[in-house]
Design a protein around this ligand. Sequence first.
Ligand SMILES: [Zn+2]
Length: 158
Amino acid sequence: MTGRKVKNTGQRKQYYINRSHPAIVSDEVFDRVQEEMIKRARVIRHEDGTASLSTNKYNGKYLLGNLLVCGDCGASYRRRTERGNVVWRCATRIEKGKEACSESPTVKEEWIKERLTSMVSGELYEENIIRERIGQICVYQKYLVVKGKNDIEWIIQI
Ligand SMILES: [Zn+2]
């Protein structure tokens, strides 16, 4: 938000919304626009304690699909829905069967989201924060190795 106050004698305060929309708007409209922009943006907290707003333009693909890698065969993990549960499983195992990749476990999406949330973002699953902090998640038979972008690794037991 690059709204700036403009000089305005005798009336209520007025603001420019931004340079490409140089319309002068009232306090009320300014507040409403700002509120809307905050709603659309997400707060990203950085390691050094600062925070910035980031608009979430990421939809379509699943973040976990980019992060989860099979520790046994190196393939990526794929999302499946089985009996109403959303699970992630090694692509080799899905395509070529258990014989081709026998060690890789199936991971419940709800479970992994909970684990990641408690590790990096507190109470709510915030995909932007997970994306910012985590580079890769290797899935082994009994545990996950979560590789943070700042060289931290977490080991999570399955
Ligand atoms: Zn595998």
